[in-house]
Write a protein that binds this ligand. Structure first.
Ligand SMILES: Cc1ncc(COP(=O)(O)O)c(C=O)c1O
Ligand SMILES: N[C@@H](CCOP(=O)(O)O)C(=O)O
Length: 485
């Protein structure tokens, strides 16, 4: 059914009872003295929860979307308190924590603790020192494939469970850890619906903290590497005969009725962690703002998280603008792209078709409203990629040393199209967000390089050459590739 955006049904959020559990409010008990400009000394003098009393964060209804049974929520930070410390203070504080092993600041997420979940005690944090992922200059791919001089890839998949989900899960599971200590019995387990990466992150962080986890997976729609992750980490794995959107509907129902806590990104705690990747990009560029950031989108929490991170840096004066955002969708799962093409006049959930970018095979994204807000405010655009475009883009970039997952392929294909259309200029500083490690998606790479995909030319396939066990055959094979040998 088509729904005008303005009259859109408010999406069911976390139930009111759960909201009370989640309430994060810690009132500022003292006013920081901005002249001292030393939050660490002040925090230390106040006790073990470093910095916690100085700042606070709380859940608020997401923008104007309210409903009596709880619409999407957002975490609101007390920007007035945070702004008492100037931009230089925050930059040097964050910079000083890079590479440390001091708990919990060795984490790229918790190195920004004051902007994430300030009042959480350090002892409650469940962290694998996630984040601080490499941002590398894709010099050869940019130059040869796109005629670009300033192309970068943020490797969010170089992480504990192989995707950016770790950034959000450390925050959510830490908060659950805290609630379970404060109110034993309030949360008996943590659950999610997943296309593979959220479930891997949830099960790992829960296992680290000794918290039971439950994952709802669409049967036969995730990669083997992803499936084995929650199994290995001891989660209760339900392989359900539906798609991701079906799993999402079921987990929402279950978590509304039971003391099982919802870990999907409609829970804003996740986005507080994920937004640190945006702050990290600015930090890695020495607080210079890139022109474009391209992010593959599925359930659409991450595009909003990036926007939030950039916006917070701008609002607190660390940078003077935010980059233009591109959300890249698979053409087989493109509800946001369709709404964008209609000038945001209508949004219609779809039944997503099978895509190699299986982690974004989502037809009814829970954060659709958040994504639209982010894109509007960031002068953003949405682009889509066909199966052939995304697989070719991933494979072509792999030829320059990367090892991309298909979702990163979607972002690279979107970039290619935007370059061809002249939207992104050759010298624009552009960051492609790589969301998962390619090693989680080897099945699709094997199919591509074996040229086994019906209707796809697999133009960059590089199949292995079978050679007999004799030197003549070996030399023939070498010379057919390198005639000069
Ligand atoms: C590898 C990968 N890339 C991109 C996404 C899209 O992120 P989001 O759902 O926040 O839009 C997901 C999950 O949905 C994912 O697992
Ligand atoms: N790709 C995701 C889909 C669920 O997204 P979430 O961010 O809302 O948890 C996954 O890996 O499960």
């Amino acid at each position: 059914m088509q729904q005008p955006l303005t009259q859109q049904r408010l999406r069911a959020g976390v139930p009111a009872s759960r909201l009370r559990q989640q309430r994060l409010v810690v009132r500022a008990t003292a006013t920081a003295d901005p002249t001292r400009q030393d939050i660490r000394r002040e925090a230390l003098a106040r006790g073990p929860a470093a910095g916690s009393e100085l700042f606070n964060a709380k859940f608020v209804p997401f923008k104007d979307y309210r409903s009596s049974d709880g619409g999407l929520l957002d975490v609101y930070h007390d920007m007035k308190e945070l702004s008492k410390f100037g931009p230089d203070y925050w930059k040097s504080l964050f910079d000083s924590r890079i590479g440390t092993t001091t708990w919990p600041y060795g984490s790229g997420v918790w190195s920004k603790k004051e902007w994430v979940l300030p009042e959480l005690g350090d002892a409650d944090i469940v962290s694998m020192f996630e984040g601080n992922s490499n941002l590398f200059w894709a010099e050869r791919f940019g130059r040869e494939a796109l005629g670009m001089s300033d192309l970068w890839v943020k490797q969010c998949g170089n992480s504990h469970t192989g995707s950016f989900k770790d950034l959000g899960m450390t925050v959510l599971v830490s908060q659950v850890n805290r609630i379970r200590k404060l109110k034993p019995g309030a949360i008996s387990a943590v659950g999610c619906a997943s296309t593979g990466d959220t479930s891997a992150a949830l099960s790992a962080y829960c296992a680290a903290a000794g918290i039971p986890s439950i994952v709802f997976l669409p049967a036969d729609k995730i990669s083997l590497a992803q499936l084995v992750q929650p199994i290995a980490n001891g989660a209760l794995v339900l392989s359900i005969d539906t798609d991701f959107d079906g799993c999402m509907r079921l987990i929402k129902e279950v978590t509304a009725e039971t003391p099982i806590y919802l870990a999907n990104s409609m829970n804003s705690l996740r986005l507080e962690g994920q937004k640190t990747a945006a702050i990290e990009i600015l930090q890695q560029f020495d607080w210079q703002v890139p022109d474009w950031v391209i992010i593959p989108g599925g359930n659409l929490g991450n595009i909003y998280a990036f926007y939030k991170g950039f916006k917070m840096c701008k609002d607190l004066g660390l940078v003077d603008r935010i980059p233009r955002l591109v959300c890249a969708q698979a053409a087989n799962a493109n509800p946001l792209y369709s709404a964008f093409k209609k000038g945001w006049e209508h949004y219609e959930p779809i039944s997503a078709k099978t895509t190699f970018a299986s982690a974004i095979q989502i037809g009814d994204p829970v954060s659709i409203d958040r994504a639209i807000l982010a894109l509007n405010d960031a002068n953003g655009i949405v682009e889509e990629a066909t199966e052939e475009e995304l697989m070719d883009a991933a494979a072509r970039a792999d030829r320059t040393g990367m090892f991309n997952c298909p979702h990163t392929g979607v972002a690279l294909a979107a970039l290619t199209k935007l370059r061809e259309k002249g939207v992104i200029a050759p010298s624009d500083r552009t960051v492609v967000v790589s969301t998962a490690h390619g090693l989680k998606f080897t099945q699709s790479k094997v199919a591509y390089h074996s040229k086994e995909i019906a209707g796809m030319a697999c133009s960059y396939a590089n199949p292995p050459v079978a050679v007999k066990n004799d030197i003549g055959s070996v030399m023939d094979a070498l010379r057919s590739k390198f005639p000069a040998i």
